[in-house]
Design a protein around this ligand. Structure first.
Ligand SMILES: [Zn+2]
Length: 212
């Protein structure tokens, strides 16, 4: 992770590049990538153990590249733009406005390494676009291993009991649980089970992109 000073220095000497295609661009996502992202179909709704999973994009092409860069390359501006596109693509008849949004938390170690939680940035952009509150009371009570290369049963075992709710009762609230990418759903389903136990009546999962 670059220091703020190093970032300023690099911004001064190196041209900014598009997070989607790496072309030199004034914007964090260039106009060509934005156009091709808008042309991508919105994926089908995925049934989850609690509620449904809504993704703005399939995890492909420039969306995949931009998410990767915003997760591992520190590009928060690209992440904010993807989040704004997600909010606008999921507006309207597809989804009712919830009472609150909640971000999938990172474990403290991974949050320290990365410096921020990408799900929190996405949740705050969506909340602002929809004028709804963010609840930040979902906490990860233990770090879990990276989920990338494990079978589904192992993933579910890894995340079971990983979350706790530190806020007041959710009293029948409708909540969007927000993350960057939906893969098997094991992580968000564990988070949703915690929100249900805290009193939420309906939890839908909202992500930028889903791996089909
Ligand atoms: Zn581009």
């Amino acid at each position: 992770m670059l220091s703020a000073f190093a970032r300023l220095f690099l911004d001064a000497v190196a041209p900014r590049r598009c997070a989607g295609c790496d072309a030199v661009s004034d914007r964090s996502i260039c106009t060509d990538c934005e156009t091709s992202m808008h042309a991508l179909p919105v994926p089908a709704v995925r049934r989850l153990r609690q509620g449904s999973g809504f993704a703005a994009f399939e995890f492909v092409g420039p969306v995949r590249a931009a998410l990767h860069r915003s997760k591992y390359g520190g590009d928060r501006q690209a992440l904010s733009e993807l989040a704004a596109m997600t909010a606008s693509r999921l507006l309207g008849p597809r989804l009712f406005t919830p009472d609150a949004v909640v971000a999938v938390p990172l474990g403290p170690r991974r949050r320290r390494q990365r410096g921020y939680n990408q799900a929190e940035i996405i949740a705050s952009v969506i909340a602002e676009a929809r004028d709804i509150p963010v609840f930040d009371d979902l906490v990860r009570i233990r770090d879990t291993p990276p989920q990338s290369a494990r079978d589904e049963a192992t993933r579910r075992g890894n995340v079971a009991g990983a979350f706790a709710w530190a806020g007041g009762a959710l009293d029948g609230a409708y909540v969007w649980l927000v993350d960057d990418v939906l893969t098997t759903g094991a992580t968000v389903e564990a988070g949703a089970a915690t929100l249900a136990a805290a009193g939420a009546s309906l939890i839908d999962v909202v992500v930028v992109a889903a791996v089909s």
